[in-house]
Unconditional design. Structure first.
Lengths: 670, 254
């Protein structure tokens, strides 16, 4: 045979099937470009100092590669199904398995050349732009090369392997087919599915379990924060499995039930719709389930990462109500007022202009009196309360305002009179709540870590002094309880800086001044300092990269879903053309036939979207708690971000649907 | 009054860009009486499928009229055509045209569902009909699960379920083996004997010989017609064959 025969035939095949192949090639291109770009974000030459971020990006690159492989396999399977008749014809015309394999090999070569080559080109072209976006979101400077050779090689190798795998699968499929089978495959695929009740019920159970986990999981798990993430992935797995089972078996089973309901089924509208849907579900279930899972992934990723980013400032302000916060405690006798004054003088001398300076202290007590009482309480004196809230307060000796839920409180023999209850919304409680880990806060704000629950009490200074001494002496006498006590006084200073002054440098100045003072004293000195500048930069790097990932993967997944929808419309268009003609002859009028088929198509298209919204709603409580781990407690912001993401996604999805529906209409009418 | 009156029917197809036009029907006139079993014969391209499409109101004629029970089909508004077709006409196609998404039962009931009849009435009409056609045991199967002959009998049942005035059949035996063809023709005989008006377009002399009357179409005009009268089927078969040879011979002379 002529040497150039296969290359030419393969090229012709691609051109003849361009209605199917163009989107496939575009997908290969997009996937390769996306993979390359994601790989460059993980390249050490780019964001050299973003250690955690790089690990996340690397993991996501691997996951993306796997998802692309699965997706392209599915898409090429679809292509091969459409081309069954064509291959059958070649076989009938005398092409052997070897010939067909060579044809497929050439087609793969072209796909690699156009798809992979184009993808790498696109990737290189847009990589800089994408990295700039990432750097902007993370609030860092971008350096690094224009071209990442290692990533190019990695992408070429990964997608070369994927395309070769697809070739092997297709060659095997074609090789095992008899020509007659290939010719008749399209009509043989038209079987009506049977109801698989067991799978349907299993799907319902899996989905229910996933939903239940997502909804009832408490914010405070038995141990540390990793567990809630594990629970989240367990729920995700259950919901994915449940979705597949429900789409594969549940929808058909439900529709078959509807069909048994005779007085419903034998009505003009339901009759055509129900039977048509049974047919469609049998064919499209897997594709629909994939669309649904992809859509859910996009929705959850985008809404959560956007709200993390949107909630960044409030997170910063919650951890650090003023620009700089320094917290010290020491066993040594110290004149704290003088020391902190000196520190502030030092700060002013260095050219900073601290404003809104607030100073206060609180007394930490934890005690256990066997069989009588135990507790963990932080006391604030009236002056401290006023400093924080700006409210004056006067308490008689022995009176307290507290988050403690009962009306009386006895600590180691000191009777206290609860004059009023502090709600968590109280400015003082809210202000201190996060840093001190107040009891009750966890229900609202998620896990607090090993510090556990504490109560806050406001009392006058003398009462606090008395109480504190009592706890101290008790702890010193009862030595076997020593592990359970803690008494110390925390001295805090907080202040704002005018815009433009470096909070980090200023904070270091204060911290170092105080630390230097205690340098040669053996005192059990503790300090904890933070500032908004450092915190914001850290959070931006983390949340910015997460947001980037959410948007980037979201876009890729949406593209994937769009391709699936397009293929679906295309194949259904060809199927419906014949059905449409018959219905018309039997006496269904034109308009109604078109409308009924059209409504089925839109139902099939929007079912995954609606299910995805359901999943998203069910995941909301759990994701909300998960976000709490990363310091995002504002459920309102998350809800708003979720709604906006859902609306934007629905709009994009609708646009994809409308565009592809035109293809469908063109086919049916021709 | 005749059940079907066709008068000077013409149909000209013009290609989309107004270039060539082809005259598929060039003035066909005939009538079909109530209860008559008529076959229309002609070679491929003679215009018989066009004739059937026009009679079925699937296509509008260029000129001429088709009257069913005295009502001119051209006066039926486009929007009511589907309902008109459903109520008055039954169709049997060469390729059966059953829908794969429906069981045999639902395929047969399709016209009734479209007409908005209750499902109780469907049962009442369906059972005697399928018993008569011998397909009572495959009602819950899908079209791809049954034989060609069974599919065609299901299609006949679908055509008959609403008791149409006229049944139109387009090459009904074209896709069947000889045994199934015989069965189908016997069914048509029974229907005709019971007074059902039938009009069948066919290539097959054997099929045509079952009819009471055969119309021959050539190049868009009615060329000849034969009536069976008191002839046996074998004898009628011979006469049709002779007429076809004559038709072909005439073609050679022109």
């Amino acid at each position: 045979m002529n040497k150039g025969f296969y290359p030419r035939l393969a090229w012709d095949c691609l051109r003849k099937n361009r209605r199917f192949y163009t989107p496939y090639l575009v997908t290969v291109m997009g996937a390769a470009a996306g993979f390359y770009m994601l790989a460059t974000t993980a390249d050490p030459k780019g964001f050299a100092d973003a250690g955690d971020v790089r690990i996340i990006m690397q993991a996501c690159t691997v996951v993306l590669g796997l998802v692309c492989a699965g997706f392209l396999l599915y898409a090429s399977g679809f292509l091969m199904r459409q081309r069954g008749r064509e291959f059958g014809l070649y076989a009938v015309l005398g092409m052997t398995r070897t010939n067909l394999t060579r044809l497929l090999l050439w087609e793969t070569a072209y796909t690699a050349l156009i798809g992979l080559g184009g993808g790498l080109l696109l990737g290189v072209l847009f990589d800089r732009l994408l990295l700039l976006l990432l750097a902007w979101l993370m609030g860092v400077e971008l350096d690094g090369p224009f071209l990442y050779g290692k990533c190019l090689l990695l992408t070429a190798a990964a997608f070369g392997a994927i395309l070769f795998l697809i070739f092997l699968v297709n060659a095997t499929k074609v090789g095992f087919m008899r020509p007659v089978d290939l010719m008749t495959r399209q009509s043989a695929g038209d079987k009506i599915p049977k109801a698989r009740w067991l799978i349907a019920l299993a799907g319902l159970a899996l989905l229910g379990a996933g939903y239940a986990i997502a909804i009832v999981t408490p914010a405070r798990m038995e141990s540390v924060e990793m567990d809630i993430i594990e629970v989240f992935f367990l729920a995700v797995l259950l919901v994915i499995l449940g979705t597949f089972a429900l789409f594969l078996a549940g929808t058909v089973a439900g529709l078959l039930l509807l069909r048994r309901w005779k007085s419903y089924y034998y009505r003009t509208r339901h009759f055509i719709a129900v039977s048509g849907l049974i047919h469609r579900m049998g064919h499209n279930a897997a594709g629909l389930a994939i669309i649904c899972v992809l859509s859910t992934a996009v929705l959850v990723m985008v809404s959560s990462t956007v709200s993390l980013y949107a909630g960044l400032e409030s997170h910063v302000r919650r951890s650090c109500p003023r620009d700089v916060l320094c917290e010290f405690s020491s066993e040594a006798e110290t004149d704290w007022d003088a020391l902190l004054d000196e520190a502030m003088d030092d700060v002013r001398a260095a050219g900073y202009h601290p404003q809104n300076v607030v100073r206060y202290r609180y007394w930490e007590c934890s005690w256990i009196q066997r069989g009588v009482s135990s507790g963990n309480m932080a006391f604030l004196d009236a002056a401290g309360y006023e400093a924080i809230t700006g409210r004056e307060i006067s308490l008689a000796p022995g009176q307290i305002l507290t988050t403690w839920p009962e009306d009386t409180l006895s600590i180691l023999g000191v009777e206290l009179d609860v004059a009023g209850h502090l709600e968590l919304e109280d400015p003082a409680a809210a202000y201190l709540g996060r840093s001190m880990g107040l009891a009750g806060i966890d229900q609202q704000y998620g896990d607090l870590g090993p510090l556990g629950e504490r109560d806050l009490a406001v009392a006058d200074a003398d009462t606090i002094e008395e109480l504190w001494r009592a706890v101290r002496s008790y702890c010193e006498t009862d030595l076997d309880l020593s592990y359970a006590y803690g008494t110390y006084i925390d001295h805090l200073i907080e202040f704002d800086l005018p815009a433009g002054e470096d909070t980090h440098a200023c904070r270091v100045l204060v911290e170092r001044y105080v630390v230097d003072h205690f340098y040669d004293l053996e005192t059990g000195f503790r300090s904890g300092c933070r500032d908004t500048g450092t915190l914001r930069a850290e959070l931006m790097a983390n949340y910015g990269s997460l947001l980037f990932l959410g948007l980037f993967l979201g876009t890729l997944f949406l593209g994937g879903a769009a391709l699936l929808i397009y293929y679906k419309q295309l194949s259904e268009g060809y199927e419906d053309r014949a059905r449409f003609a018959v219905l018309e002859k039997v006496g269904l009028d034109n308009r109604m036939a078109r409308r009924s088929i059209r409504s089925q198509i839109s139902l099939v298209c929007f079912l995954p979207l609606l299910t995805a919204f359901c999943h998203m709603a069910a995941a909301f409580p759990l994701v909300d708690k998960l976000l709490g781990i990363w310091g995002m407690y504002d459920t309102g912001v998350f809800a708003l971000c979720s709604l906006i993401s859902a609306a934007a996604f629905a709009a994009l999805y609708g646009a994809v649907y409308a565009l592809t529906a035109r293809t469908y209409t063109r086919i049916v009418r021709s | 009054m005749a059940l079907l009156e066709v008068e000077n029917l013409q149909k000209t197809y013009t290609s989309r860009f107004g270039g060539q036009s082809v005259q598929a029907l060039a003035g066909v006139s005939f009538t079909v009486e109530d209860g008559q079993y008529t076959a229309v014969m002609g070679e491929s391209g003679s215009g018989k499928t066009t004739l059937l499409n026009v009679l079925a109101s699937l296509d509008r004629p260029t000129a001429g009229t088709v009257k069913l029970e005295g009502r001119d089909m051209a006066t039926v508004p486009e929007a009511e055509l589907a309902a008109f077709r459903r109520d008055n006409l039954g169709f049997v196609f060469q390729e059966f045209n059953l829908l794969d998404t429906f069981t045999i039962r639902d395929n047969i009931c399709l016209p009734m569902v479209l007409a908005g009849r209750s499902h109780r009435e469907m049962g009442e009409r369906l059972l005697p009909l399928v018993r008569r056609l011998g397909i009572g045991d495959i009602l819950d199967k899908y079209p791809y699960e049954v034989s060609g002959g069974q599919k065609q009998r299901a299609a006949v049942a679908r055509a008959l379920i609403l008791s149409p005035r006229l049944v139109l059949a387009d090459e009904p035996t074209g896709a069947l083996d000889s045994r199934s063809s015989d069965e189908l023709l016997r069914i048509f005989d029974d229907l005709a004997a019971a007074g059902q008006t039938l009009l069948m377009v066919t290539h097959s002399v054997k099929a045509a010989s079952h009819a009471g009357r055969v119309l021959f179409i050539k190049d868009g005009v009615l060329f000849h017609q034969l009536c069976r009268g008191a002839d046996s089927q074998e004898r009628f078969y011979g006469r049709i064959s002779d007429a076809l040879s004559l038709l072909a011979g005439g073609g050679r002379d022109e």
